[in-house]
Ligand binder design. Structure first.
Ligand SMILES: [Zn+2]
Length: 420
């Protein structure tokens, strides 16, 4: 092995010390602390035979030019949520850096193919509520006009915050140019969930990112006095909503990886002496299989009609947001599983419940896979987010093997499998 996984752990600790306070990591995109993290990252590149530039959306590209212009891409994001952890996103970037160092060393600065490390800008969307900002621009899925006027807590516009960092939102479409020669994309991320820990496994191969269906469901009954209205004959919108919450849980449990959540319920008029005349419930359902996602939607709708009838209410649905499931590339998933098997002796394949930059890259038609490393307690987006150091080291080693295998595959000209 030409890379040094212990150096990645040391890099992560260095970055942590530089960019966290007593509440956790503070590398929120487009802030001074994020810029400081990126300056530090640039210093880490000193002495490597690489070209470095930021694209039109602020994504930072580190290119190790090889004999072939076909490029293996490895990515991550140095930005964090406020009060975040030490691994979410920067493990990806810094493990990718270590793999790139390994390629540079093994091939004396000129590998047989081009290796590009990308640090995506604003994966988290923590400040302006727009996740995957830089990677969506790369993929050509950006919605400039919907986003330019988004404002943060202090009333700063997204467009102006970017400008301060030298990025003009009007030029975002130019970021698509970076797709040129991209032959595959790899990303190592912490799982941010409990599955691998429960299985006692350090690493997993990710099958894709789940599709999401998000809806507002409004039940209407009749407001009346909580004291003088008998239990019989009430039209209580909250009862219908509560029945639905139980039903969607039972329904999602029929499938191995599906999730279904009512994360918010507002009641109206919303005081203790009134029967609830109206509720607004927000439903979020996810699965990797579009058929299962559609079936869960259908089942929830039918159940809501049934419960509305039972409680003498009405129900209306409106879609808030949705995104299709994005399966990763089957050959690369096999490579990832093989690399995980080699370094840890066993492997589990699992879907990602959250969206990642890899989702956008895959949507652009570039063969993509992610690898997960176990998260202790399944906790992320919090300062106690953690992963055992030996697992981090195994993850870097597995990513290195995956990169080597993928590079061979690219050079073998697996063109028939491209852009499947
Ligand atoms: Zn992340």
């Amino acid at each position: 092995m030409h890379c040094d996984p212990r150096r990645t752990v040391a890099d992560l600790k260095e970055l942590r010390a530089l960019t966290e306070d007593e509440n956790g990591a503070q590398r929120v995109a487009w802030t001074d602390t994020w810029l400081k993290a990126r300056d530090w990252f640039n210093r880490k590149l000193t002495g490597l035979p690489v070209e470095v530039h930021d694209d039109a959306a602020g994504n930072r590209w580190v290119t190790l030019v090889g004999e072939s212009e076909k490029a293996l891409l490895i990515g991550g994001h140095l930005d964090s949520v406020p009060n975040g952890g030490w691994l979410d996103g920067c493990l990806d970037t810094l493990s990718g850096l270590e793999v790139l160092r390994g390629f540079a060393k093994k091939y004396s600065g000129r590998p047989p193919l081009t290796v590009r490390l990308v640090d995506w800008a604003d994966e988290e969307g923590a400040r302006f509520g727009r996740s995957l900002l830089g990677s969506s621009a790369f993929a050509g899925n950006h919605s400039i006009d919907a986003d330019r006027g988004k404002i943060d807590r202090d009333g700063v516009r997204l467009e102006d915050a970017l400008q301060r960092c030298g990025v003009s939102i009007d030029h975002f479409p130019d970021a698509r140019r970076e797709q040129q020669h991209a032959a595959a994309y790899l990303e190592l991320h912490i799982e941010q969930g409990p599955v691998l820990e429960r299985l006692g496994l350090p690493l997993g191969a990710v099958l894709g990112t789940k599709g999401v269906e998000r809806h507002m469901i409004t039940f209407r009954g009749r407001e009346s006095h909580a004291g003088s209205t008998p239990m019989q004959g009430r039209r209580d919108a909250l009862i219908a909503t509560a029945k639905l919450a139980l039903e969607i849980r039972a329904n999602a449990c029929k499938y191995p990886d599906a999730v279904s959540t009512i994360g918010s319920v507002k009641t109206f008029p919303g005081f203790v002496t009134a029967i609830v005349g109206r509720t607004e419930a927000m439903l979020d359902q996810r699965d990797l299989d579009p058929g299962i996602l559609a079936a869960m939607y259908q089942a929830a709708r039918e159940a809501s009609d049934r419960f509305a009838r039972e409680e003498d209410c009405t129900v209306e649905w409106s879609r808030i947001w949705s995104i299709e499931a994005v399966p990763f590339h089957s050959t690369l998933i096999d490579f990832c599983a093989a690399a995980v098997q080699e370094v840890s002796g066993s492997v589990h394949r699992l879907p990602a419940g959250a969206l990642h930059d890899a989702t956008e890259v895959a949507r652009a038609g570039i063969p993509t896979v992610m690898m997960f490393v176990q998260s202790l307690g399944g906790i992320s987006h919090n300062k106690i987010e953690d992963t055992r150091e030996e697992h981090l080291e195994l993850a870097v080693e597995a990513l290195d093997r995956l990169a080597a295998r993928t590079a061979d595959w690219i050079l073998d000209g697996s063109k028939s499998a491209f852009r499947n």
